[in-house]
Ligand binder design. Sequence first.
Ligand code: AQP
Length: 325
Amino acid sequence: MKKRLFSGIQPSGDIHIGNYLGALKNWVAMARQYDSIFCVVDYHAITIPYDTAGFRSRILHTAAMLMAVGLKPEECKIFVQSHVPEHTELCWVLSTVIQMGHLERMIQYKEKSKQHAENINVGLFTYPVLQAADILIYKAEVVPVGEDQIQHIELSREIARKFNTRFGPIFPEPLEKVSAGARIMGLDGQAKMSKSLGNTIALTDTPEIIHQKLKTAVTDVNRKRRSDTGNPDVCNLFTLHKYFSGSETVDEINKECRNAGIGCIDCKTKLAAHMSAELNPIRERYNAIVSHTEDVVGHLESGANQCREMARQTMGEVRSAIGIR
Ligand code: AQP
């Protein structure tokens, strides 16, 4: 019996290299090893302002990107969160076992509250409870995520523990699986790369756009002139070289930057070439997949049908455990 794996992504904007290195690449590597379920979490994405007119298309395009990076619907389940209403039903039950104080400590809630000060809605606050429901409804044991989500998975464990203690052992305690590219910084070098902050390189960006964006990216701020020596250890783009360029290029840049043998402009040109070489096939597959959205819809329906069955079974156990049935 394979262990069950669950993870999700919000259709809140263009999927970027942070999502790719922190989550999607890992999902593809792990998908066949586990009984894997991947979800486009649309109900999570409505906790921040969004465009209702383009939302359905964004949901489909997010699913298409999951397939373009290499997830195969015949090897794992891919579906949309709102197509399985048991997620929100379980969220309500779980919200009665966790205290407000736990949710008030969530870093993402604090950051998003600052970012969207005009709209600190209850959904933003209870976001981690819905996330716990997403995972626990399938009794998933493994959750591959970027570093920003570790605190939420810890909370999911806490919720599972509290529920089990009060009502009986129904849920396993899920464990996060954090990838090597767990926290990719934005092009400003200041904040985490985020769809909603616009500091990203999208997986759909062409080589020209990638190069253009990298030209504006912040490097070692202490290196003011071409003749100054640089410090790769504090350069966000050197980190990206480690993920996209081969070890030979990484070693060369590490050496040449420190003795001013290479300048930031050349270093960015090299990075743009390596990044484009990895992202081009993904963009081409994505373009091919989105030209047949009816196939994407079909895969999502089939994924939802399978997930609904599992989710209904768990909700049956939960209703009986809490004394409703
Ligand atoms: N910068 C990042 N570095 C590494 N991993 C990241 N992830 C997100 N940003 C980075 C990981 O991508 C997965 C899917 O993320 P999500 O869409 O569910 O939400 P998020 O973490 O809030 O991603 P964004 O891009 O920052 O979206 P917005 O701006 O809408 O909030 C997760 O596993 C996440 O860890």
